[in-house]
Design a protein around this ligand. Structure first.
Ligand SMILES: CC(C)(COP(=O)(O)OP(=O)(O)OC[C@H]1O[C@@H](n2cnc3c(N)ncnc32)[C@H](O)[C@@H]1OP(=O)(O)O)[C@@H](O)C(=O)NCCC(=O)NCCS
Length: 292
């Protein structure tokens, strides 16, 4: 088995995707869930993520190969003193043999010098074990899903929310620095490209933003709970009719999100953890799985 850096190529993006599909399909089966057939849009976004991180973080992106076949991968990023893990998986037939430990050691070593670390942890107890062993604190997380009951959503109040674009990058980075101690920087243009829309609130008393794709709230950050609730409410009202809403990686600190989601008729479930090092769960914040 060899470990090598992930390259910015279609072949490496496909290799990372093949490993991830096999590992997460097996995890879903073990949880009694149906494996999801990746849509063309999902494949495109996954490959964009891999190739983007291979360029921005070549020292954090690793592929394990055995006899020329990809068997595991870890994609990590560093943003202004914040280290995050975007992807970590090993194909089912090679799990439990130490491949994950080796990959995570390399990804974590890339974060040396970063005071803060963040991982959105799956429901796999083996992943939780690896992260705890790597010095991360596990914060239990919730997921809110279901059809939005538009009539039941709280009155959005008077805070104006509008569509955002590349002209707002400085504002987005400022909110990130205040809320999680590090800007998303080069990840924002990728999120803009791959998400359906960006919503922005920028008032005299605070600012915030929210990325949404179909029913998924991808990432939300705001300088107050009031603004965060307003952005989330607006994002939920914009989900196409008949599409299931999904918000994930919600810790107890994000009770504002649980309140909005429950008011809008969504159901809450425990799912995975937010694993953190050197920081408390950022709030008001809903981290993305891919760029945290
Ligand atoms: C998480 C994952 C990458 C780990 O890779 P791996 O190669 O199996 O990991 P390793 O062999 O290095 O380590 C497995 C560890 O789990 C332990 N383990 C095995 N079964 C376990 C179980 N049911 N519960 C808890 N720990 C378990 C092993 O003892 C070993 O720990 P140790 O090294 O301290 O003895 C892999 O299991 C995977 O792809 N899971 C599905 C995808 C996923 O959820 N990824 C994480 C996303 S956040």
């Amino acid at each position: 088995m060899i470990l090598r850096p992930v390259r910015d190529s279609a072949a490496d993006a496909a290799a990372v995707r093949a490993v991830a599909n096999a590992a997460f399909d097996a995890l879903r089966r073990s949880l009694g869930e149906e494996p999801a057939e990746p849509t063309p849009a999902f494949v495109a976004v996954a490959d964009i993520r891999t190739r983007h991180l291979a360029v921005t973080d070549p020292g954090g992106c690793w592929l394990a190969e055995k006899d020329g076949r990809p068997i595991g991968t870890a994609l990590a990023l560093r943003r202004e003193g914040l280290w995050a893990l975007s992807l970590f998986c090993v194909v089912p037939e090679e799990q439990g043999k130490g491949v994950g430990r080796l990959l995570l050691d390399h990804a974590v070593a890339y974060g040396r010098g970063c005071l803060r670390g963040m991982i959105a942890v799956s429901a796999d107890p083996v992943a939780a074990r690896r992260y705890q062993a790597a010095g991360f604190t596990l914060h239990p997380a919730m997921e809110l899903t279901g059809q939005v009951d538009l009539a039941a959503l709280p009155d959005p109040g008077g805070i104006p929310v509008h569509l955002g674009d590349a002209a707002h990058l400085a504002l987005l980075d400022s909110v990130d620095r205040r809320i999680r101690g590090g800007a998303h920087g080069p990840d924002h243009p990728v999120l803009l490209r791959t998400c359906d829309e960006l919503l922005v609130a920028d008032t005299l008393t605070g600012s915030g933003y929210c990325y949404r794709t179909e029913g998924r709230i991808v990432l939300l950050a705001a300088t107050s709970r009031r603004l965060a609730s307003r952005l989330l409410t607006e994002a939920l009202t914009r989900i196409p009719a008949g599409t299931k809403a999904r918000l994930a990686n919600i810790t107890a600190e994000q009770d504002w999100a649980v309140s909005v989601g429950m008011a809008g008729g969504l159901s809450v479930h425990n799912r995975g953890y937010l694993a953190l090092r050197g920081m408390r769960p950022p709030a008001p914040y809903l981290p993305s799985g891919a760029y945290l």
